[in-house]
Design a protein around this ligand. Structure first.
Ligand code: CA
Length: 241
């Protein structure tokens, strides 16, 4: 039985989620603010977190960031009050694996949650707008002594294995699929994040910075994840220069 932590301060939504998740066979704990959410994950095992953004004491972005920084790599489904692009990107940047704008349909929430719980199964649950069709990328991609396992959502490099969030995985998969060609930040927004409106693209740059720390010997002079001035990024599996 999967154990799910629901972090939601609106009691009627929290109790509605508890009732419906229990009816679907999940074991559920509910907390009403961000501080209790971090404490709960530190204190006991959960298989997934349903995390509201607007919370007392500590917002959902901060909770997700702290959980990832603390080494917790359980799936996080974020509930946003708006589907504004910047909130979505902020959520992904904080380490959320997926998001659902409020008000949500229970059926969709359950489908997303089950997708996230099937680690590796999420590739098959395409989100509207996001292109997940990259059939030319193998499940495991090896380059220059590094190993990217998209199924296990892990990246092994420099004698360390890093757990990846779903969006880190999707970004790497997209860059690998681009076959050494430069891709624009706008294309990444649309194809990886499923965000169509124009918005601040700095979260993408922050993703790249994080991935470089994992992959590159010297993140400040990258050889694999290369910045293409005026365009965006390209992935060079054999290493530049
Ligand atoms: Ca709230």
């Amino acid at each position: 039985m999967s154990r799910v932590l629901v972090v939601e301060d609106e009691a009627h939504i929290a109790e509605g989620l508890r009732f419906n998740l229990e009816a679907e066979g999940f074991s559920v704990a509910v907390v009403g603010d961000g501080v209790d959410a971090v404490d709960a994950v530190n204190a006991e095992h959960f298989d997934a977190v349903i995390l509201d953004v607007m919370l007392p004491r500590k917002d959902g972005f901060t909770v997700a960031t702290e959980l990832r920084a603390g080494g917790h790599f359980l799936p996080i489904l974020m509930l946003t009050s708006r589907s504004r692009a910047e909130d979505v990107l902020k959520g992904f940047e904080a380490g959320a694996d997926d998001y659902l704008p409020k008000p949500f349909e229970l059926k969709i929430l359950l489908a997303r949650l089950r997708g996230l719980l099937r680690r590796g199964g999420w590739q098959q649950t395409a989100r509207p707008g996001a292109a997940t069709a990259t059939p030319d990328v193998p499940e495991v991609f090896e380059f220059a002594g590094r190993r990217l396992d998209f199924g296990a959502m892990e990246l092994s490099a420099k004698n360390r294995t890093h757990r990846l969030t779903r969006m880190e995985c999707e970004l790497l998969r997209y860059l690998v699929a681009s076959g050494g060609k430069a891709v624009s930040r706008k294309a990444i927004l649309e194809e990886v994040w499923g965000v169509q409106e124009s918005t601040d693209t700095r979260p993408i740059d922050n993703f790249i910075v994080r991935l470089r720390r994992y992959i590159e010997e010297s993140p400040s002079s990258p050889r694999f994840l290369i910045t293409v001035r005026g365009v965006g990024y390209k992935f060079v599996p054999l290493g530049d220069n």
